[in-house]
Design a protein. Structure first.
Length: 193
C-alpha cells in the first residue's frame, strides 16, 4: 500500500485517518503497519486506539471521532471570568471578604465540578484590570503585590562575635555552674539548690 499522508507533526487525526485505522485494524494490521501507511508514529496509533476504542476493545471510526470532538469542545472552554455569572459571583464574594480559595471551593461544591481555580482568581486580582478595580483591598490581608508561593524568604542575621559550641570551655559541658544549663530560670536554680 502507498502512504496516505506525509509525516505529520503535532496534528490531530482526521476523520479520514480514523476510517483508515478502523479498516486496516479490521484486516488485522499492526499498529506499526497502520502508522507507516498513514505516515504517523506508531505511538500515535497506539494512543488513538487506547483513547477511543469501545469498552470491548473494538475500534469504530465514527465513535472515535465523536469522542475526539467531545474532548476538543471540552478543552476549548472560555476563560471562567468571561462568564458573566461566574465573574459577578467572584466579585460579590470578594467584596464580602471571602478568600479566592473559599470562592473556588464554594463554586465546586455547588456545581459538582471545577468552575474556577483559586489561582485564576488571584491572577485576576493582581492583573492590570484587577488593580484598576482595587480588588486586592477585598482580600483578607490586603496586599497590593503578590507574594511568591511558598511564603516569605527567611532573613537570618548573624550574631556578632558569636562563639561556636565547639570552641566553648570544657567547664560548660559539666554544667556545674549557674548559666550552663539550657533552662536557666528560677525553677532551674531551685533544682540546683
Amino acid at each position: 500500500m502507498m502512504r496516505v499522508m506525509s509525516e505529520n507533526h503535532h496534528k490531530k487525526l482526521s476523520p479520514d485517518e480514523r476510517d483508515l485505522i478502523a479498516l486496516l485494524r479490521g484486516k488485522g494490521g499492526s499498529n506499526r503497519s497502520v502508522a507507516t501507511i498513514l505516515g504517523r508514529s506508531p505511538s500515535t496509533i497506539s494512543d488513538e486506539l487506547k483513547r477511543n476504542s469501545l469498552n470491548n476493545g473494538e475500534y469504530v471510526a465514527i465513535h472515535a471521532q465523536g469522542r475526539a470532538n467531545q474532548r476538543k469542545a471540552k478543552g476549548r472552554k472560555r476563560h471562567p471570568l468571561k462568564n458573566e455569572a461566574v465573574y459577578a459571583y467572584v466579585i460579590e464574594k470578594l467584596r464580602e471578604g471571602w478568600s479566592p480559595e473559599q470562592i473556588a471551593g464554594r463554586l465546586w461544591k455547588e456545581r459538582g465540578e471545577t468552575v474556577i481555580c483559586h489561582e485564576t482568581i488571584y491572577r485576576f486580582i493582581y492583573s492590570d484590570q484587577g488593580k484598576k478595580k482595587g480588588l486586592s483591598e477585598y482580600l483578607p490581608w490586603k496586599r497590593t503585590k503578590r507574594r511568591k508561593k511558598g511564603g516569605r524568604e527567611v532573613h537570618r542575621s548573624r550574631i556578632p562575635d558569636r562563639v561556636s559550641i565547639h570552641n566553648r570551655p570544657i567547664e560548660v559541658s559539666s554544667r556545674a555552674e549557674f548559666g550552663h544549663w539550657e533552662g536557666d530560670t528560677v525553677e532551674g536554680s531551685r533544682r540546683l539548690a
